[in-house]
Design a protein around this ligand. Structure first.
Ligand code: GTP
Ligand code: MG
Length: 319
């Protein structure tokens, strides 16, 4: 089901849920279908004063509405068939990615400062707007900017290089600056609205982890931070799947030498971010404008390396 349909369904729309039952459930904090769908019939019965059978019926209705449960291999196959790729502008980088950055998945770029995470985010924001023949999807962008590094002038340069109309290209990128981690999560929720109104093929979060890192500093805060990050990434993945869009997130590595257990090749956010990212690309600096990308995780591509360059016109092959 699409997000749009999901939004329209209220508790009262479920068979067996009247105004009274809906009120009781809402008072207890169960205000959306997912919370009902994942309840036990015993708990629901107790909360809403309903018998076992009636409770189970409501839960089943919520699950049906949300389309939870199993799907066939053919369903899976069909949705994979719709998967598309966005070119990075560097042929050898596209090659190790199996054609480019894919829709219906989260792709993580991680690496130290200056390794091209933001440059690649800009390049993809331009390229997704190009025609399918030119490695794009002809679709727009949602760009969540957490470090204030979104640069319209870079978009202008890259759009010109790609032969796109500059103003139109800029207009097709919906940018929001996130001021803290909660705000960032809110923006991801709001991105759902944009995706319903506009044809969005790429959602960028640059950087995914910086605000979380700043907001949850102590050791004791690691667990809540990871939980929030997990929820945030779930929101992003849902967007990717329901709109056949690509999600690109960037992540710094722990290069700070005074950080305990710091490993210069380990991404921040640990296994939560790694686990939620289907494709992971490790970026490092080479000589001058050269950058090296290594595909670390991919469901079906082998590990591989590609060298590219950052130029005034954008990302290009190194060779
Ligand atoms: P952090 O966000 O600090 O972790 O780094 P990052 O990985 O996002 O680095 P970013 O993508 O910002 O890459 C910065 C590199 O791109 C620098 O080495 C810049 O020299 C290069 N760069 C940025 N703008 C331009 C430009 O207009 N022309 C050229 N030729 N290079 C640029
Ligand atoms: Mg950056």
């Amino acid at each position: 089901m699409t997000e749009q349909e999901e939004q329209k369904v209220e508790l009262e729309d479920l068979q067996g849920v009247g105004a009274k039952t809906a009120e009781k459930l809402r008072d207890a904090g169960y205000d959306d279908l997912m919370s009902i769908a994942t309840m036990s019939s015993g708990d629901l019965g107790e909360l809403a004063d309903l018998g076992e059978k009636k409770s189970q019926k409501i839960i089943t209705a919520a699950r049906k509405e949300l389309d939870l449960g199993f799907e066939t291999g053919k369903d899976k196959y069909d949705s994979r068939q719709e998967m598309q790729k966005i070119s990075t502008s560097a042929e050898n980088l596209d090659e190790i990615l199996g054609g480019g950055v894919e829709t219906q998945a989260i792709t993580e770029f991680y690496g130290e400062y200056g390794s091209a995470k933001t440059q690649l985010s800009h390049q993809l924001s331009v390229n997704v707007q190009r025609s399918e023949d030119e490695g794009g999807l002809g679709r727009g962008v949602v760009f969540i900017d957490t470090e204030d590094t979104f640069t319209p002038i870079r978009i202008e340069q890259m759009a010109e290089e790609a032969g796109l109309d500059v103003e139109e290209t800029l207009n097709n990128i919906h940018v929001a600056r996130a001021y803290n981690s909660d705000h960032q999560m809110l923006l991801a929720d709001e991105a759902q609205d944009i995706c319903q109104k506009e044809d969005i093929g790429l959602i960028v979060v640059d950087s995914l982890t910086a605000q979380f890192r700043a907001d949850y500093v102590g050791r004791g805060e690691l667990a809540p931070r990871q939980q929030k990050l997990n929820r945030h990434m779930n929101t992003l993945l849902r967007l990717a799947n329901s709109h056949n869009a690509a999600v690109v997130v960037t992540n710094q590595v722990m290069s700070n030498p005074d950080q305990m257990f710091g490993d210069p090749t380990k991404a921040i956010g640990g296994h939560i971010v790694a686990h939620n990212s289907a494709v992971r690309l490790y970026l490092r600096k080479g000589k001058k404008d050269k950058r090296v990308a290594r595909l670390v995780d991919s469901p079906y591509m082998p590990e591989g390396e590609a060298v590219f360059r950052i130029t005034d016109g954008g990302i290009v092959d190194a060779s």
